[in-house]
Ligand binder design. Structure first.
Ligand SMILES: O=C(O)Cc1cc(O)ccc1O
Ligand SMILES: [Fe+2]
Length: 448
């Protein structure tokens, strides 16, 4: 028998589930119940939880972390998570984990075309393909860059990642994420975050799906400080949406796949673990629409550093030096006077993986063989990069009238540690050859 809380159990066709409902605010103390009375009042763990539910705490931080970093939620569920059979190792597919030791870190600038179409019948978990990463899962540092390509929904299969939170960046095809906390919709242009250990399954709502995933082994993503920007701007906290409680009441075999220290493990439960009827707390999955990003920039001269485009940051132990910054290049006006307006030539102590959600990016030519939606580039620490020759020539000669850059949506996972590509990424047919040539033939002007 399979039912969500909105479905009827016997004979009557299930109505379409309502669109997901949300409550807003980054890191808020949310609370939500799918059935009235499911949340206890005034305490977290009464002697008997309401409606015969089991109370369970899910921690996203150590119990003793400072209040502003502390994340935890209380879940009220049909069965406790502890009620499950043993997990056994299962095939990792194309997933890899840190430390990334199968290849030598490569100082070259690398660029990939999109992943090839998946084999028919590939769901989100089976469609995950690791490009590279850094750090060490067991030391709780670093990150991995994955891509996914899927053409079927997960129905009787649920995934959880004990190794890190997952920042999912859809590029093609909408996702409906059924999580323990409720349902989240993520379309291309939006991002979803699944906290470490939270069980979820991915339904495809718009045909085959493709996108990027940043797996964060380090401190959870948070909003960047605003400093002199003031109290508002960049990603505004109210635009982060957590799901309203919604549960599956399914007493049938459901495979639960758990990623643990880089490997996949699986167990077949006799029920769905997405059975949380109510929850409250500060730890929750969320979605954010990148088009809501309040882009700030120069209104006088020069191209500012892209740190002003930071949506989320995973701090490291050194203030200002992020384990990961998630940065978006959203539509914006360029008005700088006497300024080379596209991204400048640079060498960065940080390592930059960039992806493209739609359209074009203002430092690179798009089109076949260029930087295309679904593709990605890796500019590791200190590698010299910047506008390609064509962009440089155009921008150096452009008339500097106010210009709206609104023909694309690009993003960057920027990390303090070098990204080591996996063997499959370095050997991939979709690794572009001759990427260096985009900077070839840069003319000498000095002394001419
Ligand atoms: O390399 C890139 O395209 C990303 C980037 C953008 C920018 O505006 C300034 C610096 C930078 O690394
Ligand atoms: Fe860069």
């Amino acid at each position: 028998m399979s039912a969500t809380h909105t479905e009827q159990r016997a004979g009557v066709p299930a109505p379409e589930p309502a669109a997901p409902a949300y409550s807003s605010g980054f890191g808020n103390e949310h609370s939500s119940e799918a059935v009235p009375g499911a949340l206890p009042v005034g305490r977290n763990s009464p002697q008997r939880a309401p409606l015969g539910l089991y109370a369970e705490q899910l921690s996203g931080s150590a119990f003793t972390e400072p209040r502003h970093d502390n994340r935890r939620s209380w879940l009220y569920r049909i069965r406790p998570s502890a009620a499950h059979p043993p997990f056994a190792r299962t095939d990792n597919g194309a997933l890899r984990g840190a430390p990334f030791t199968e290849t030598e870190p490569d100082p070259n600038r690398l660029r990939w075309d999109p992943l090839p179409d998946p084999a028919p019948g590939t769901d989100f978990v089976a469609g995950l393909w690791t490009l590279g990463g850094n750090g060490d899962i067991r030391q709780r540092t670093g990150m991995a860059v994955h891509l996914y390509a899927a053409d079927v929904s997960m129905t009787d299969r649920v995934f959880s990642d004990s190794d890190g939170e997952l920042l999912i960046v859809p590029e093609r095809g909408g996702l409906l994420l059924h999580t323990e906390f409720g349902r989240l919709r993520a379309e291309p242009g939006q991002v979803a975050l699944i906290p470490r250990g939270v069980r979820f399954r991915v339904e495809l709502t718009g045909g085959p799906a493709r996108g990027y995933v940043c797996e964060n082994y380090g401190r959870p993503f948070t909003l960047p400080e605003l400093g002199p920007i003031g109290a508002n701007g960049l990603a505004n906290p109210r635009d982060f949406l957590a799901p309203a409680a919604a549960f599956e009441d399914r007493e049938e075999p459901v495979e639960v796949v758990n990623k643990f220290c880089g490997n996949l493990w699986a167990a077949v439960y006799d029920h769905s673990p997405l059975d949380v009827v109510a929850w409250h707390g500060t730890l929750a999955p969320y979605v954010y629409d990148l088009r809501r990003f309040n882009v700030l920039g120069s209104i006088s001269y020069d191209h500012p550093d892209p740190s002003i485009f930071t949506v989320l940051t995973s701090p490291s132990d050194t203030p200002g030096l992020a384990g990961i910054d998630f940065v978006v290049f959203a539509p914006r006006w360029l008005v700088g006077e006497d300024t080379f307006r596209p991204p400048y030539f640079h060498r960065n102590v940080m390592s930059e993986y960039m992806g493209l959600i739609e359209g074009a990016y203002d430092a690179k030519t798009s089109g076949p063989g260029g930087f295309v939606p679904g593709g990605g580039s890796l500019h590791n620490m200190m590698s010299a990069h910047g506008p390609d020759r064509e962009t440089f020539e155009k921008a150096s000669a452009a008339e500097l009238t106010p210009q709206k850059v609104d023909d694309g949506l690009a993003f960057m996972f920027e990390t303090r540690w070098p990204v080591t590509a996996t063997a499959q990424a370095l050997g991939a047919g979709h690794l572009q050859s001759g990427y260096d040539r985009v900077w070839g033939g840069m003319e000498r002007h000095f002394g001419r």
